[in-house]
Design a protein around this ligand. Structure first.
Ligand code: MGD
Ligand code: MGD
Ligand code: MO
Length: 689
């Protein structure tokens, strides 16, 4: 898109020649320009005084204040006492520089980011099975040509409406769209087949489908033999997932499992796409691997217009997870434990290899440790509103309050910024230059359109000023985002996510460039895996896993499943979209979706205000009675704070591999606010609805 600045403000103009979206944007995109000139933009640094009130300060004062407190804490408690929390909203340049700031200027191992809450399960599954983590290993355009698409745990009709237009092919005669979702979402409503499973049973659905594919000889034996490893373990582990058994555990009718297998197994170009629904679970990595197993067994991975992909979340969800915001990662998608990678980065950064910290805590574990005996005493948050978006949010808020120093960079006053000791006002996307890597692995350049209001400035400048105040001016000396990018290119050279042949000049001229783009193959790779997989053996690996219940199953006291997610008109923790009138008009409050039968049993009416209670907290929502819900499941979107925050309820049980929290399933009960006792009793009686 292009931006036009005039007296009336900023207007967005679509660029129909851009290949990924052909000029299409969702409602949030079209209205995003309103936020640039919004009167609530933060325009000066704010320091909290003794009375708990924010007072405006100059950048020099704010940075001096932060540096003095940081150094005092480092001296008393060591380098790991300072922590950093980054974001998939940040450009590649900012993500890279924030990672460098943590490792070089703060020398802390305690850095992680909100991508841990987003795509970490898909990333881990792809890495261990396919040897690389690029959300879609093919261009979006391929989706248009697939014969059957299986969408597991994703609702693009609300979360990526532009992407929806790529599903036209499966919706035409002969094409098929299968959706696995406990809710009959706007996406499921358009599907050829909707598998409305019990939350947390996706691995069973996947293993059931693979069971039928193997039983009916619909797999590609030659491909399995030539291009994969460990199929035998999977064959034996899925043998017990016969369709009747799958129906019993998941609630998906046996014939539908058979039908799904047939729709995938009898076409030339089957495609499987996964989203947060199956990934944000304590078995999220195994879930994703179970779906990759199907794609491999079908011989589809690496074939044109087929295969497996994960649908990216945040604007730069892909790029930000490649260049060092993850605690165990160095730029270029390298491991922080790999001696060669450490030596490479020590050379680029001009530091001793031994001085680069090792990995620290994952996002939730980091937040949970703040202010505790061996946890950090200070945190820098750049681009995340964890008070609303982290699981078990009441605990997270308590831990943030226990810090000696909380610094938050944002362009609006978020629920997290309110808890800060110092708030730093950031430029918005239109006010700074930088690159993002989109869902198909295409690196794109966004040029600055206008200037930030007041004293707001880019996080790049903020990071450099902070580093300088801590004594690292010469290592954080850049005159432009492009200079940071050029260092990132060198840092990524030879890594999995190799950007070394990508330049700003090319990005401008070529509509972006797909990574990997190493020096010996500078054109970039739109499609991966055509010949081999970037694993040690060159083959893809099957991963066998058995079903495990979610960490907290409903019981007599908390009889309903709670699942969470998004609505079309709000974005993430809502800091931005709750400030846009036209979006608020569409979704002003979180509505708890409940099936009519369940609502009747609990004596609840449509629109009624209720309390939702889990083992971790209580929130208040209005009921939306809807036949799209399962009888045993309530769905609440997570875009609001305070009593309307569903993350007061969610369970921080973590996946053992990805450390992803179980946002998508925990146990709750619902009480009418007017008559809590009676609702409670009737619900217990109906524990098995
Ligand atoms: N409007 C809007 N669009 C967005 C965002 C936003 O906040 N608002 N955020 C962006 C980001 S960061 C992300 S990560 C993406 C997320 O995009 P999606 O993955 O599409 O979003 P969610 O709504 O979190 O979850 C998808 C679906 O998972 C289902 N689900 C819940 N539990 C289960 C389960 O146990 N199994 C299965 N199979 N499905 C389950 C939910 O009912 C939901 O419909 O959206 C991006 N786009
Ligand atoms: N219950 C439940 N919780 C969830 C999820 C779920 O499905 N269910 N999904 C999870 C997922 S997938 C995600 S991605 C997270 C997202 O949740 P968050 O990490 O909280 O993401 P945002 O709400 O986008 O918060 C970004 C904040 O940073 C600011 N910001 C944006 N860009 C920049 C920038 O460039 N610089 C600075 N300084 N600030 C910036 C915004 O104004 C906003 O206040 O939520 C997770 N939480
Ligand atoms: Mo996300």
């Amino acid at each position: 898109m292009n931006l036009r600045y005039d007296k009336k403000g900023v207007t967005i103009e679509a660029r129909e020649d851009f290949p990924t979206n052909n000029g299409g944007l969702c409602a949030k995109g079209w209205t995003s320009a309103e936020l640039i000139s919004h009167r609530e933009r933060l325009t000066a640094p704010l320091i909290k005084n003794r009375d708990g009130e924010f007072e405006e300060a100059s950048w020099v004062e704010a940075i001096k204040h932060i540096a003095a407190r940081t150094e005092a804490l480092q001296n008393e408690f060591g380098n790991d006492s300072i922590s950093v929390f980054g974001s998939g909203s940040l450009t590649n340049e900012k993500a890279y520089l924030l990672g460098k700031f943590a490792r070089v200027a703060l020398k802390t191992s305690n850095i992680d980011y909100n991508g841990r809450f987003c795509m970490s399960s898909a990333a881990a599954a792809a890495n261990r099975s396919l040897g690389i983590d690029r959300g879609l290993p093919f261009p979006v355009e391929d989706v248009r040509h697939a014969d059957t698409i299986l969408l597991a745990g994703s609702n693009p009709a609300e979360t990526m409406p532009v992407f929806m237009s790529y599903f036209r092919a499966p919706l035409r005669p002969g094409g098929r769209l299968i959706v696995i979702d406990p809710r009959k979402t706007a996406t499921a409503a358009q599907a050829t087949l909707h598998l409305q499973n019990r939350p947390g049973t996706d691995l069973v659905v996947a293993n059931g489908i693979l069971h039928v594919l193997i039983r009916d000889h619909m797999i590609d034996a030659k491909y399995i033999e030539e291009r994969t490893e460990d199929f035998e373990q999977v064959r034996s582990s899925v043998s017990v997932y016969w369709p009747e058994q799958v129906e019993r555990i998941t609630g998906v009718p046996e014939p539908d499992i058979e039908l799904a297998a047939k729709m995938l197994g009898t076409v030339r170009k089957p495609m499987i796409l996964t989203g947060r629904g199956i990934e944000q679970q304590s078995q999220g990595v195994n879930n994703v691997n179970a779906f990759i197993n199907i794609a491999l067994a079908l011989g589809s991975v690496g074939k044109r217009r087929a295969g497996w992909g994960c649908i990216t979340g945040q604007g730069n969800g892909q790029g930000a997870r490649e260049h060092g915001l993850k605690t165990d990662q160095l730029p270029g998608y390298r491991s922080i434990y790999d001696p060669e990678a450490r030596a490479h980065m020590a050379n680029i950064w001009g530091v001793e290899e031994a001085d680069i910290p090792k990995g620290g805590r994952s996002a939730y574990e980091l937040l949970d440790s703040l202010g505790t005996a061996d946890g950090p005493r200070a945190m820098f948050i750049v681009g995340s509103n964890v008070a609303v978006s982290a699981p078990n949010a009441l605990n997270v808020v308590k831990k943030l309050k226990a810090l000696d120093l909380l610094v938050v960079s944002d362009f609006f006053m978020s629920e997290t910024a309110e808890l800060a000791d110092v708030i730093l006002p950031s430029a918005m996307w239109a006010e700074e230059t930088g690159t993002m890597t989109n869902l198909e692995g295409r690196v794109v350049l966004r040029n600055q359109g206008g200037d930030a209001p007041g004293f707001a400035q880019s996080d790049l400048q903020m990071i450099c000023q902070m580093a300088a105040a801590l004594g690292y001016a010469e290592k954080f000396n850049y005159s432009s985002a492009e200079e940071v990018f050029d260092e990132l290119r060198e840092a990524s050279r030879g890594g999995k996510a190799d950007y070394s042949a990508i330049t700003y000049e090319r990005l401008d001229a070529e509509n972006g460039v797909f990574w990997p783009a190493p020096a010996n193959a500078p054109e970039g790779q739109p499609r991966l895996f055509a010949i081999e997989f970037p694993t040690p053996s060159g083959k893809a690996k099957f991963f066998a896993a058995r079903h495990k219940d979610i960490a907290e199953m409903p019981d007599a006291e908390y009889p309903l499943y709670l699942t969470t997610g998004r609505v079309a008109a709000q974005y993430q923790s809502g800091t931005q979209t709750r400030r846009v009138a036209s979006l608020n008009a569409r979704a002003a409050l979180p509505l708890a979706e409940l099936h009519p039968t369940t609502a009747r049993k609990l004596a609840l009416r449509d629109g009624e205000l209720v309390k939702a209670i889990s083992r971790r907290g209580t929130s208040e929502f209005h009921i939306k009675v809807s036949t799209s819900a399962r009888l045993d499941t309530v769905f609440v979107p997570f875009h609001w704070g305070g009593m309307q925050s569903v993350n007061r309820l969610t369970n921080p049980a973590l996946d053992p591999v990805s450390r992803m929290p179980e946002f998508k399933a925990c146990a709750v009960r619902i009480e009418s606010i007017s008559a809590p006792q009676s609702a409670d009793r009737s619900q217990r009686k109906n524990a098995n609805v």
